[in-house]
Design a protein around this ligand. Structure first.
Ligand code: MN
Ligand code: MN
Length: 261
């Protein structure tokens, strides 16, 4: 199991800083304040490797090309990967690489935002757009979004157009079980959590999930996980380092799911 950093935040629409996240999450994961056992009894000691971070140009098309090539190369070696963002724009080139290996890919997406804008501020690669690109190019057979609480008319139309299943925060309590048929890529935007738990994010969107609810949802997954990302952690807003520990906790529980595939 490898953790690969993708330190890229050129497509953040509001605040930069997510590019600084990967080493901070790794540091929190291996911090002596906790151990490497997951709640369900998987010992990650010696099974999770820090693969460092990619060196990327600031130009988006060039960076996306490099990300797709690097991830594809890792997948050819059958690596089990968790990508550490970076802003959410990185998920588009990452999913391109996964879709080439897994044609029947399904995506489970945790986020306060649907990230389905056709463009934002004229940028079609914005971190508000990756799932519009993924669905247009039919890179996933199914997209389920969990924790959304920022739908507007345009994004609701986009969700309908692409057949996206959206489990909105307001309907928590009547969400269906998270069951999947095919291989699943999990894209985890840390801002799905309530900002009370994760101040170190660019977009504080109140009314989100608790850490406990997220961990329970991850444990409830019935899916063959083949890869994942954890994105949008912004260390510039995380004075106490608390958000890094939450990211590390999420990475741990996802890693256990990947190792059990
Ligand atoms: Mn997002
Ligand atoms: Mn978000």
């Amino acid at each position: 199991m490898s953790l690969l950093g993708i330190p890229f935040d050129e497509n953040s629409s509001y605040l930069r800083g997510a590019a600084q996240a990967p080493p901070r999450i790794v540091e929190a994961l291996f911090c002596d304040s906790s151990n490497l056992w997951t709640e369900n009894g998987t010992d990650l000691q010696g099974r999770v490797r820090d693969a460092g971070s990619l060196a990327l140009p600031s130009d988006t098309p060039a960076a996306f090309g490099a990300i797709e090539r690097e991830v594809a190369g890792q997948l050819r070696q059958d690596a089990r990967l968790i990508l550490l963002g970076g802003d959410h724009s990185i998920t588009y080139p990452v999913v391109k690489a996964f879709a080439a290996k897994f044609p029947d890919l399904e995506i489970l997406h945790f986020d306060a935002h649907p990230d389905l804008y056709d463009q934002l501020g004229g940028n079609r690669f914005s971190h508000a757009c990756p799932f519009a690109r993924v669905m247009e190019e039919k890179l996933a057979r199914r997209l389920i979004q969990v924790g959304v609480r920022t739908m507007n008319r345009h994004q609701r139309e986009q969700a309908q157009r692409f057949g996206v299943e959206v489990l909105e925060m307001k309907d928590l309590g009547s969400w269906p079980a998270l069951n999947f048929q095919g291989p699943v890529y999990l894209s985890f935007d840390i801002d799905v959590l309530d900002p009370a738990f994760v101040p170190g994010i660019s977009h504080w969107e109140p009314g989100g999930l608790s850490v406990r609810e997220v961990v329970n949802l991850l444990h409830s997954l019935r899916a063959r996980l083949v890869g994942a990302d954890v994105v949008e952690y912004n260390p510039a807003r995380d004075q106490s380092g608390r958000t890094a520990m939450v990211c590390a906790k999420v990475v741990k529980e996802i890693a256990a799911g990947l190792l059990g595939r």
